[in-house]
Ligand binder design. Sequence first.
Ligand SMILES: Cc1cc2nc3c(=O)[nH]c(=O)nc-3n(C[C@H](O)[C@H](O)[C@H](O)COP(=O)(O)OP(=O)(O)OC[C@H]3O[C@@H](n4cnc5c(N)ncnc54)[C@H](O)[C@@H]3O)c2cc1C
Length: 247
Amino acid sequence: MVDWIEGRISGKRHWSQALYSLQIDAPLTDFQAGQYIKVALDVDGERVGRPYSLVNAPQEQPLEIYFNEVPEGPLTPKLSDLEIGDRIWISAKASGVFTMDNVVSRRDLWMLATGTALGVFLSILKTAEPWERFERIILVHGARNTGELAYGETIAELQAKHEGAFTFISALTRDSSETALQGRITNLLENGVLEDAAGAKITTNDSHLMLCGNSEMIKDVRAWLEAHGLHRHKRTEPGHYTTEQYH
Ligand SMILES: Cc1cc2nc3c(=O)[nH]c(=O)nc-3n(C[C@H](O)[C@H](O)[C@H](O)COP(=O)(O)OP(=O)(O)OC[C@H]3O[C@@H](n4cnc5c(N)ncnc54)[C@H](O)[C@@H]3O)c2cc1C
């Protein structure tokens, strides 16, 4: 049973197409960067809740979620209709283990995101811990087109703050841009383009990877990693990668 608390929409951003961010004022107890909350609305007398990663860092208010509207989805078309001041329900506690607690310190931390999974990495990158534990952090955002490359200001702030330690790479599947790679993250791993763009090799000694987003990317990247001797991290058996699947 989820223990729900009431929140109010305090900010809304429509990035492009079906992509939105909502800011929520709500008294959530402490959380760890990388965790998610459940967000719900009452639809036809029934509470419909779904998990969303927090984009804000634990030290920041308000809470923020980043999502795309799934036209046939029960919740997201209602979420994207919300306006400032509207009521929303959130779980009283955040959950999830996709945090720095389950990341092994090595030289490079790779963060691979598809679509709205970018948000969870921004929360983590706004905390001090990853920068203290890794020499380099490489954030890779896979999207369909340039319109889906959201949070440019936040990424630019991270680049300015962590010059030399931070590399941001975007990869587009249905569009081209001078500043983005072209293709799916998996293909760019297989043909070596991603490692070349990062100027780093993914190896058992030097790398930990965090994968977040759609099941296809996670499945394909996992297969590539396993074929290269990198294994899923377990608390009982330190490995090389951790995953969080959105759909
Ligand atoms: C731990 C966790 C964290 C999550 N965090 C986020 C987040 O930060 N941002 C976010 O956008 N989503 C996130 N999701 C997915 C989210 O919970 C919902 O499933 C999604 O927003 C769609 O909700 P819905 O009720 O409209 O449709 P649902 O009934 O949940 O899904 C309808 C259909 O859409 C597919 N689907 C679900 N999510 C997407 C998507 N993003 N793009 C395309 N198809 C999708 C589902 O597989 C299903 O086939 C997360 C999921 C999990 C398990």
